[in-house]
Ligand binder design. Structure first.
Ligand code: SAH
Ligand code: SF4
Ligand code: F3S
Length: 469
């Protein structure tokens, strides 16, 4: 599936788009005394947030400044998510409310990009019923966005994507405006081939495609050189990376880059979580002791109907092996409650698994039916109130497990990366190798540095520590 790499484009060589970027820049310089302001908001997962940083980079090249205040914005760009119905509803609501704004500020430019607008039905609906939206592009909009912005801004024309207009690509060389130092995101693969029966991602993000290892290594080296200390490798199925080397080999090569920094990665699919990967994690000093390995359900019947391609037994074996190699490993997972046809007994098996594994944290979701997915038409007899009760039950069970995990950290010494000021006078916020938030009192100058902290107390979501000098 990923043999050729002809899907990789180099942004610096897309002559037409470079030209449009220049024309927009000239237009803005002519019509504005100070740089106009753009508001870029990303919904959804970290991949979307990482894409948002590239959108900002592109807009900065065009001469835009940035704001988080709606009232100040000359250009509002929403990078959307489609994973659950609520996510889509929120976007439609937010965009609907912008109609008023546009009336008061006719020059305001509004764009929607990302996973939701990747669906042509959504693009068509926006075209039809949201005339105040100027630009609609998809999740692979990079190679057309400057042109679309030029059309909307300089020619006063709406630019709405049509079917098949934006093929699956990877665009290298995009300018990036990062937020979040000392942490940085590096997307290493895009798309998903798995077609879990509930999930819309493969339809909106296209087929799996991996970046070249040399491009990734160059980017990480650059980031380390700029002082970034926490590099998160991203992919919808990051461990299915296939850029000519395996994901484990990629980790090894990144681990060998000189400098003190930490490597994280997400999201891993259990079907591609190999022993090679777990051995590599254990052997690489810079790879953090955290594995996000979504299980989705503790029932084999449901896993089969979800098309997850593993059994509970196989998942447990993986966890046992990982823990044997890395006793201090923190495990987190995603769970869907109320998948069509899930019975009380299936759900009880999920509770059992959650208790047996003892996750540090869980991301729990009520099943949301997505149009076009296989599960869309599965019979779904359990009433929503019952599903909500199960959901609450799971939260309570995990609440106790998470609390226990946090309490067990008291008295231990953890290596943390200081991220910046915390809540309260003189407080710093940091993260341990296990990705747990640790707060302690210390000098603000420690931001971006690693420190040793003794844990003195625990709350639900964070640990309180004392800096070891
Ligand atoms: N590729 C990743 C995660 C993708 S989406 C993986 O396979 O783990 C993040 C999470 O959203 C999923 O793990 C799943 O738990 C949840 N999710 C996806 N589709 C959903 C749906 N239709 N309803 C409820 N939750 C869903
Ligand atoms: Fe969705 Fe499954 Fe792909 Fe994850 S692996 S993005 S849950 S289809
Ligand atoms: Fe949402 Fe797209 Fe991410 S659907 S979860 S933003 S890949």
């Amino acid at each position: 599936m990923q043999k050729t790499q002809d899907y990789i484009l180099d942004y610096t060589r897309l002559a037409a788009q470079r030209q449009y970027t220049g024309l927009v820049r000239e237009h803005l310089a002519r019509t504005h005394e100070t740089p106009p302001l753009a508001l870029v908001h990303s919904f959804g997962c970290q991949q979307n947030a990482a894409d948002g940083e590239k959108l900002r980079g592109m807009l900065a090249e065009m001469g835009y400044g940035f704001t988080d205040a709606l009232e100040e914005a000359d250009f509002i760009i929403y990078n959307t998510c489609a994973v659950r119905e609520n996510a889509e509803k929120r976007v439609f609501g937010t965009v609907g409310a912008l109609k008023q704004y546009k009336r008061q500020k006719p020059g305001l430019l509004i764009a929607l990009v990302g996973c939701m607008t990747q669906q042509q039905s959504v693009a068509d609906r926006l075209k039809r019923s949201y005339p105040h939206v100027d630009i609609v592009a998809g999740a692979d909009a990079w190679a057309s966005l400057p042109e679309r912005i030029y059309q909307a801004l300089c020619q006063g024309k709406r630019s709405i994507k049509t079917e098949g207009e934006e093929p699956d690509t990877i665009v290298e060389g995009l300018p990036t405006r990062r937020a979040g130092w000392p942490k940085a995101w590096v997307t290493v693969m895009y798309g998903c081939n798995n077609f879990c029966s509930y999930c819309i991602v493969p339809y909106v993000r296209g087929r799996e495609r991996s970046r070249r290892p040399e491009d990734i290594l160059r980017e990480v080296e650059g980031l380390v050189g700029e002082g970034y200390k926490d590099i998160t490798l991203l992919g919808q199925n990051v461990n299915s990376y296939a850029g000519g080397i395996t994901f484990a080999q990629l980790l090894k090569e990144i681990d060998a880059i000189p400098g003190e920094f930490r490597i994280r990665f997400m999201t891993s699919h259990p079907k591609d979580c190999t022993r090679e990967l777990l051995d590599t994690m254990a052997a690489c000093r810079k790879v953090s002791r955290h594995l996000h390995l979504p299980v989705q359900s503790g029932s084999d019947v449901i896993l089969e109907r979800m098309n997850r391609k593993y059994t509970v037994e196989r998942y447990k074996e993986l966890i046992a092996y990982a823990r044997e190699k890395m006793p201090d490993l923190s495990l987190t997972s995603d769970i869907i409650v109320g998948f069509p046809g899930e019975t009380r007994e299936d759900f009880r098996q999920t509770l059992d698994l959650v208790q047996e594994v003892g996750y540090t944290a869980l991301y729990t979701f009520l099943y949301s039916r997505r149009g076009g997915t296989k599960a869309e038409n599965f019979p779904d007899p359990v009433p929503p109130e019952e599903k909500s009760r199960w959901f609450q039950e799971l939260l309570e069970v995990q609440g106790r497990i998470g609390e226990g995990y946090m309490q067990r950290q008291v008295g231990s010494t953890l290596r943390v990366l200081v991220e910046g000021p915390g809540k309260g006078e003189g407080k710093l916020t940091s993260r341990s190798d296990q990705n747990i938030i640790v707060e302690f009192t210390g000098d603000a100058g420690l931001a971006g540095q690693f420190a040793e902290v003794e844990i003195v107390s625990a709350r639900n979501w964070a640990l309180e520590g004392r800096l070891i000098p």
